[in-house]
Design a protein. Structure first.
Length: 150
């Protein structure tokens, strides 16, 4: 059951959350009716419960929040943090006042080489190096290691 729950959280929720900033902040009436029915079928399959089981019961048993709340949270997060749009919630800071996590490289690594980095220039023949070769074997108990030291 835990594997199915993980599959639900990583695949189904992410699939519905795609584009949720556009659709789910203020969903239409028909969409608000359809989304919980889609979630219900997944919850029944995950828990193995009968079709007479209430959706709220399945959500509590599996520890999964209602999908409309998840999608509203996702859409608010996208609108505030990524699109820098102000929130409709009172006493919530403006997007300019929210710290943003920096992603990516601060500088181009190829232009700022470190002394400990590998050089691509030919160093010539040297017999002072020791070579270790691994076979990369794998057994039923996990990865094994057999190496040759020259």
């Amino acid at each position: 059951m835990e594997n199915r729950r993980i599959l639900y959280k990583t695949v189904f929720e992410r699939m519905l959350a795609y584009g949720s900033s556009v659709r789910c902040l203020h969903p239409s009436v028909s969409m608000a009716r359809k989304i919980p029915t889609i979630q219900r079928s997944f919850l029944l399959n995950i828990s193995g419960a009968y079709s007479t089981t209430a959706t709220a019961t399945s959500q509590v048993i599996l520890g999964i929040a209602p999908i409309h709340l998840q999608l509203q949270q996702e859409s608010r997060f996208i609108n505030i943090c990524r699109l820098n749009q102000p929130s409709s919630i009172e006493d919530f800071p403006h997007p300019d006042q929210i710290e943003v996590k920096v992603s990516g490289w601060v500088f181009q690594p190829s232009k700022h080489l470190k002394k400990s980095q590998i050089s691509l220039e030919d160093g010539g023949n040297s017999k002072n190096f020791n070579n270790i070769y691994s076979d990369g074997s794998k057994t039923e108990f996990g990865a094994g290691l057999c190496f040759l030291y020259l």
